[in-house]
Design a protein around this ligand. Structure first.
Ligand SMILES: Nc1ncnc2c1ncn2[C@@H]1O[C@H](COP(=O)(O)OP(=O)(O)O)[C@@H](O)[C@H]1O
Ligand SMILES: [Mg+2]
Length: 212
């Protein structure tokens, strides 16, 4: 179980681990399912309906990502007991033996106590590891900003790159965004800042070209 605030790399880490092992990751985002459909997805429905068991049978890789585990209704928790105990998942139609697998669940719980309170002892104690993800510290934010800015910069044309003062942009962003530990938000803000600077530079160029 990976737990911690949003946008600090839980899902990304699951993808990274899967990348080391190979194959297409089986990712299920639990917040996307609403109760009625979700019940037949987890417990099995008509043969033609999509189901977790079927997805498990069909999967290509050893990593199973159950994203946003905390957003699933507690009614569904019982479905995971046997999966976590013996690596067996059973619904109305199928019985799946997982074999060598790594099941990663992500959640926004804040502490181990929160996990225990929300999931109950039975499920809580079945996790082999509870891995805390913390918000990035100032040094981490700085490194991520540098990387994102470099990444965006490398996609620009030579002319656009000339319009921008790269070190200045980094210093400015680092000063203003040091308390933002959510990398998803950092990326969006950096995109906006770079776009704005490009538009301004472009307008300035256009202005110069106009007859005075
Ligand atoms: N520590 C980090 N370093 C670099 N990029 C990160 C980091 N954490 C998150 N990101 C990036 O931020 C975005 C959101 O990360 P994600 O793993 O989806 O967050 P979470 O699952 O914790 O909500 C992704 O694009 C990811 O690549
Ligand atoms: Mg996530």
């Amino acid at each position: 179980m990976f737990y911690g605030p949003s946008g600090v790399g839980k899902t990304e880490t699951a993808h990274f681990i899967n990348g080391l092992l190979g194959g297409a990751l089986l990712r299920k985002q639990f917040s996307m399912f609403h109760s009625e459909k979700f019940a037949s997805y987890v417990f099995g429905g008509a043969h033609s309906e999509v189901s977790f068991a079927h997805d498990l049978l069909d999967r290509e890789s050893g990593v199973i990502l159950v994203d946003e585990f905390d957003k699933a209704n507690p009614i569904f928790h019982s479905a995971f007991y046997q999966l976590f105990d013996d690596g067996v998942f059973e619904d109305k139609n199928y019985r799946v033996e997982l074999g060598a697998s790594l099941v990663i669940c992500t959640s926004n719980y804040r502490t181990e106590d929160d996990i225990r309170a929300a999931l109950g002892d039975a499920l809580y104690s079945r996790f082999d590891a509870l891995v805390e993800f913390a918000s990035l510290d100032a040094e981490g934010v700085k490194r991520v900003i540098d990387r994102i800015v470099d990444g965006r910069f490398s996609t620009l044309t030579a002319v656009e790159q000339e319009w921008l003062d790269l070190p200045k942009i980094k210093t400015m962003l680092q000063a203003r965004l040091q308390n933002l530990g959510n990398v998803r938000k950092l990326g969006k803000l950096i995109d906006e800042v770079i776009s704005l600077m490009l538009v301004r530079a472009m307008l300035e160029e256009e202005g110069k070209a106009l007859p005075s």
